[in-house]
Design a protein around this ligand. Structure first.
Ligand SMILES: Nc1ncnc2c1ncn2[C@@H]1O[C@H](COP(=O)(O)OP(=O)(O)OP(=O)(O)O)[C@@H](O)[C@H]1O
Ligand SMILES: [Mg+2]
Length: 295
């Protein structure tokens, strides 16, 4: 049984005075247990809409979604999810420690588990020093760290994170990536949205690219990046000048032969892997501009 199943999911936002907007169009997606999945898409593509349906905050116009086999319409589907919202917000009068303990109680953890796990996630997210300060004084990055901490505290099997690296400094971003990698090692499933391709390259098994409410690409990250796209060449002329250039596959043999004929020395041939960023930009640009919602 997959961790997440999405079948033919469509979401149309309708307003009394506005034209209706198709935010998701017949989305099909299945995420296996133990997988780290990156949900990539430009602003307004439908990432948060999908996540809001998966977490029961929005109702789909048509189609179905299940978490570990349970329909998202059922509150029980949410008991095994750690969820980080796009813009996490908390009770301002609470401290971080109080809030995490409150989350633990909400998920019916035992008092011992609450003690242990609250301290564990505070340490993990480097929030111990701020743990007893009211949340209203938290910076954006600290709020994001608390958002991650509350998603982790009850130890669910599935993590749905809406832009987990958003607002974090480089140390926080590296930490968030490490957390995702260690969740995978524990056999947990992670589904996260982002528009940062480097983060997907670093931690994801598979990536889905959504553009204007439609899934435009779905593949293993390794597959996308496997191909060699170009080569970095360093050629030293007989006079000692070093020329460095990037050449496409098709030009490589011609340039090497030419260099040999000119009695130049080839000092370096370095294959350049395809980048996910380029693939992402191509996918977005190739998408039919006339279909899907206006932003
Ligand atoms: N409650 C709403 N009412 C009307 N339209 C909405 C609502 N929520 C989202 N939309 C629209 O649905 C589309 C998808 O929005 P969504 O928030 O899912 O995008 P996203 O991929 O998460 O973008 P971002 O990267 O900016 O977070 C957008 O056109 C947005 O304006
Ligand atoms: Mg969003």
């Amino acid at each position: 049984m997959p961790a997440i199943e999405i079948h033919n999911l469509t979401k149309v936002f309708t307003g009394k005075k506005r034209a209706s907007l198709v935010a998701l169009q017949e989305l099909d997606l299945s995420i296996e247990k133990g997988e780290v999945f990156g949900f990539l898409g430009p602003n307004g593509a439908g990432k948060s809409t999908t996540i809001n349906i998966l977490t029961g905050q929005l109702r789909a116009t048509s189609g179905a979604a299940r978490i570990f086999g349970i329909s998202v319409a059922s509150p029980s589907a949410r008991t095994n999810i750690g969820y980080l919202p796009e813009n996490p917000a908390f009770y301002h009068f609470m401290t971080a420690r109080e809030y995490l303990r409150f989350v633990g109680r909400t998920f019916r953890m035992s008092p011992q588990e609450i003690d242990r796990e609250t301290e564990r996630v505070l340490t993990l997210l480097d929030l111990t020093a701020a743990a007893d300060r009211p949340i209203k004084g938290f910076s954006k990055g600290m709020t994001q760290r608390l958002g991650l901490a509350q998603a982790l505290v009850h130890g669910p099997d599935l993590y749905i994170l809406d832009e987990p690296m958003s607002g974090l400094d480089p140390i926080g971003r590296a930490l968030a990536k490490d957390i995702i990698v260690s969740l995978k090692k524990e056999g947990k499933t992670v589904f996260f949205s982002t528009h940062i391709t480097a983060d997907v390259e670093a931690v994801c098994d598979r990536v889905g690219i959504i553009v204007k409410g439609q899934l435009r690409a779905l593949d293993e990250v390794e597959n996308i990046m496997r191909g060699t796209e170009s080569y970095l060449l360093e050629i030293r002329s007989p006079h000692g000048d070093l020329e460095r250039k990037i050449v496409g596959k098709e030009q490589l043999s011609t340039i090497i032969l030419q260099a040999i004929r000119q009695e130049s020395t080839i000092e370096r041939i370095e294959p350049k892997r395809k980048s996910l960023e380029k693939f992402f930009l191509e996918t977005v640009n190739n998408s039919d501009a006339t279909s899907g919602p206006a932003l």
